[in-house]
Design a protein around this ligand. Sequence first.
Ligand SMILES: *Cc1c(COP(=O)(O)O)cnc(C)c1O
Length: 359
Amino acid sequence: MERALNFNAGPAALPESVLLEAQKNLLNFNGTGMGVMELSHRSKPYEEVHLKAKELLKQLLSIPDDYDVLFLQGGASLQFSMIPMNLLTEDRTGCYVLSGSWSEKALKEAQKIGKTAIIASTKEQGFKEIPTLSAEDIDPNAAYVHITSNNTIFGTQWQSFPEVSVPLVADMSSDILSRPFNVENFGLIYAGAQKNLGPSGVTVVIIKKDLLSRSSDQLPTMLNYQTHAKNNSLYNTPPTLAIYLLKLVLEWAVNQGGVEKLAQVNEAKAKILYDAIDESEGFYIGYAEKNSRSRMNVTFNLQTEELNQAFLAQAKEAGFVGVNGHRSVGGCRASIYNAVPIENVEKLAQFMKQFKANY
Ligand SMILES: *Cc1c(COP(=O)(O)O)cnc(C)c1O
């Protein structure tokens, strides 16, 4: 069977070797006579998977010991609520940088919980660019500053992260593990797994331990970060299969040479598509400003909606999956997360050139 040329935005492509390994263990995990999703979450074989996934993530991202790694459910979207519920104390403001739809959604949830402020935004410019953030925009007593490291829908990405004097909270759902960064500059990092880390169903939260003291006892137990930190993310039944797959993806990432190496490949992959856009003499029009281009989601349009549709239809016919833009913005988008092979990206660039030549 031939694997599809998968450019889905999420859930997205997984490494083939991971899927083959998982397939082997669906019926009989490590000689237990049970499939990996039939194991008790309190059993030794599962516990090993759980701890290993956590350890690998700490290793790959060089997460210091004063941070906890949590495996939660509810997607990145539940974090939009959990973050203000736990961190936005009454006397403080949650500061939000608006760089796209996901940050707007995060803000909307925080507004239901407490006092918020928009400290930078590129909404007026159609989110084509990452906002600039200056130190004087930030209230020194703010509860946190929230950013979205990669804007999956508009195809923009922070090129370097701001340094702020209050806890920096980042939604890294669509670019975690794609490039090196310093965890110590952040108070909390969260990511739904289904883009760069594994399948949907598990959300990774990396939280600086000293922030855990902000969570009130009045919070619902399951929505309190302390519950999960104290119980090693085993307070209730975790999504065991998703965590197992996360572990396999992290092992794959180590075998690829770690985050530095993955970043080099991602850089090369993105360059192939941006070159195809830039060398097309305006046939393809990149959505993001060049200074904010994402290495994970390459967004572009053709000159007319009719051409967009023709391109998407022919791309589909040629076997490319998921090249349509997000339903809210239209156009075209190629998501080229860690697990998308460079050969597939080359094929797409080739197709873009051929399509242009035909027109
Ligand atoms: C996909 C995505 C989300 C939503 O994730 P869910 O797990 O579906 O809630 C949030 N933020 C960003 C940046 C995303 O890419």
